[in-house]
Design a protein around this ligand. Structure first.
Ligand code: F0G
Length: 349
């Protein structure tokens, strides 16, 4: 039986027999072929569907490690800043561990589903009048001055948990892909995947390293422009970040892999979001669609060699943001309980 990623990769993670394993059986997510994207790009494209994790995002991979290690070290409380998914995940794992969870989110800038998750799992949630970067600075300060453990991706255990996605991809494909596309916000995940791919190659599990392609939203693209963005802005609230904590690590992943970090517009993100939902059958949140938007952009620029194997991580489930989903789709028609009317409305008669 699958028992979560700590048990699956115990010998490749910084845990010991004394580490209490706090798990919701995260990881082991599907790697789904995307023929529609393959046809559009000339590559062999797969989606790593991280919305299939217990709280609906890749954050669970990092959180099982961060919370297990915090509990091992005696923490009674954890804290995070979040654009939404980290808070949902932290709240769930804290509930599982029986510790208190504090969450700082930018007011009015997190998707409804994520807010619901943090609240229903019993987190103490503060909406801060500021952006994610302000929330992270506040959470870091609180963790320095008070007895509360910081579980943002500046916590190295988070990255160790998240690197296991690379292990799963190498196992599924039999080797590393040629190119790996990811959305980039605080830049922890691209750094974690790169760590995972490097470890896999050193261990002899793969023969090559992928080129890491990261994508930021154009209104929140500090790594692309090389400058902190004081007021980041994008419809993809998950990656609305102006000063990524793992900036240097992301540059290393880009440069050492011969990859790139580029910007995608909100329009490109939205178009990839719709394509994924309507033609690939995978419902992701807007931030997640940045990886696919980036792939399509790079393919249009001739940057994706024909026949290469490409994995796009889609980081979070579309149901996280029901308000956005409903506002962008056509409104449903209401009818009487009548077969003929129904048939006519459905275009069957
Ligand atoms: N995709 C989603 C759905 C996210 O929630 C995030 C980050 C990212 C991509 C970017 O990953 O930060 O490792 O570069 N969300 C964080 C949060 C910031 O608070 O939930 P990253």
């Amino acid at each position: 039986m699958y028992r979560g990623l700590i048990e699956a990769y115990r010998d490749r993670l910084p845990v010991t027999d004394k580490t209490p394993v706090i798990t919701l059986h995260e990881g082991n997510t599907p790697l789904v072929p995307a023929p529609v994207l393959s046809a559009r790009t000339g590559a062999d494209v797969y989606l790593k569907v991280e919305g299939a994790n217990p709280t609906g995002s890749f954050k669970d991979r990092g959180m099982t490690m961060a919370v297990s290690k915090a509990v091992e070290e005696g923490a009674k409380a954890i804290i995070c800043a979040s654009t939404g998914n980290t808070s949902a995940s932290a709240a769930a794992y804290a509930a599982r561990a029986g510790v208190t969870c504090a969450v700082l989110v930018p007011q009015g800038k997190i998707a409804l589903g994520k807010l619901a998750q943090a609240l229903v799992h019993g987190a103490k949630l503060l909406q801060v009048s500021g952006n994610f970067d302000d929330c992270l600075a506040l959470a870091s300060k609180l963790s320095q001055d008070f007895p509360v453990s910081l579980v943002n991706s500046v916590n190295i255990f988070r990255l160790h948990g998240q690197k296991t996605a690379s292990f799963e991809i190498v196992e599924a494909l039999g080797d590393a892909p040629d190119i790996h596309c990811l959305p980039v916000g605080n830049a922890g995940n691209i750094s974690a995947y790169w760590m995972g791919y490097q470890e896999d190659k050193e261990a002899g599990n793969s023969t090559r390293l992928p080129r890491m392609f990261g994508f930021q939203a154009s209104g929140a693209a500090p790594i692309v422009t090389g400058k902190v963005v004081e007021e980041p802005s994008t419809i993809a609230t998950a990656i609305r970040i102006g000063n990524p904590a793992s900036w240097t690590k992301a540059l290393d992943a880009r440069d050492a892999s011969g990859g790139l970090i580029s910007a995608v517009t909100d329009r490109e993100i939205l178009s990839a979001y719709r394509l994924l939902a309507r033609e690939v059958g995978v419902f992701v949140e807007l931030g997640s669609a940045a990886s696919v938007a980036g792939l399509l952009q790079q393919a249009a620029d001739g940057k994706i060699p024909a026949g290469s194997t490409v994995v796009c991580t889609v980081t979070g489930h579309g149901l996280k943001d029901p308000e956005w989903a409903i506002s962008t789709a056509p409104s449903p028609t209401t009818i009487q309980n009548d077969v003929l009317i129904a048939a006519r409305e459905l275009g069957l008669a």
